[in-house]
Write a new protein. Structure first.
Length: 284
């Protein structure tokens, strides 16, 4: 494999991935500190990979010029990495291919994360398409972490996938104005039409506070439905639950008051205690 690292080399990059994960995705970074130690480095790599995929669709300037093409090109680069095994000296790609080579994550899970962002760029026509995108994207990140922790049972992974979706829905509730300002529109077109909006209108800041509030209510409802599905099953093993802990933050975001300045709000001690409490209780 071109650019392959051995285990010692990958461990040697640990400090840089830890620092990067903390900077780019503090929510998942904090939760990943509780995954089994053998999977912690993989979790940091997956956080970096997910950030690269998300950054590909957050292109407000290029969107105005070329539409989704710039983002699709960036995402195709990651597809090519997975298909060719050539990391092209990109640190995150090198580490990601190492995880694949060691069998710690499944390629189709990573491809699902890419596909979720591609679907976002193409447009999500309805709620079913949005659900699939959220569960493959935010859900897929947590599934990949569970795979890295050694979990393979499809039923268990399906529940972790839902927990990732809960976090994704909650994060949109919390950060929706910020996400839109970044040029993204990760919402279904039928939900936008129901409140009198279009994708382009939402991107250009034409949404009223009432419309944003209605969209947030829809996200909360979906998150609650996924939570009910997660709670239908038996308690997850603690190590598996650890890979889905971002759901706790997503639930707090859905329950809490949010405003247009939510992007400036930092996580507090209550958020951290809630994550640790869920792990101690053994359920979200």
């Amino acid at each position: 494999m071109t650019g392959q690292m051995d285990a010692c080399q990958l461990a040697g990059t640990g400090a840089s991935f830890l620092h990067e994960a903390r900077r780019i995705d503090p929510d998942r970074f904090f939760c990943a500190l509780f995954v089994p130690p053998a999977a912690r480095m993989a979790a940091m790599v997956l956080i970096a990979f997910n950030h690269e995929c998300t950054r590909a669709v957050a292109t407000p300037a290029s969107w105005a010029v070329a539409g989704p093409m710039a983002g699709l090109i960036r995402l195709q680069w990651w597809r090519d990495v997975l298909e060719s095994g050539n990391a092209q000296r990109h640190d995150t790609a090198v580490a990601l291919l190492e995880l694949l080579g060691r069998g710690m994550v499944r390629r189709e899970t990573l491809e699902g994360i890419i596909m979720a962002r591609e679907c976002e760029l193409d447009g999500l026509p309805d709620g079913a398409a949005w659900q699939a995108s959220m569960l493959d994207g935010a859900g897929g990140v947590q599934v990949a972490m569970a795979q890295a922790a050694g979990f393979t049972d499809p039923t268990l992974l399906a529940r972790i996938r839902l927990m990732g979706g809960i976090y994704g829905a909650g994060a949109l509730v919390r950060y929706l104005p910020v996400v839109l300002r970044a040029g993204r529109c990760p919402l279904p077109e039928d939900a936008l039409a129901a409140v009198g909006l279009t994708r382009d209108g939402l991107r250009t800041g034409q949404a009223t506070p009432t419309q944003i509030a209605t969209l947030r209510d829809g996200l909360r409802q979906q998150g609650r439905e996924w939570l009910d599905m997660v709670r239908e099953g038996p308690r997850l093993p603690r190590a598996a639950l650890a890979t889905g802990l971002p759901a706790v933050l997503g639930l707090r975001d859905m329950r809490g008051h949010v405003g247009n300045d939510a992007d400036a709000s930092l996580r507090g001690m209550g958020d951290r205690l809630a994550v640790m409490g869920a792990l101690l209780r053994g359920r979200v």
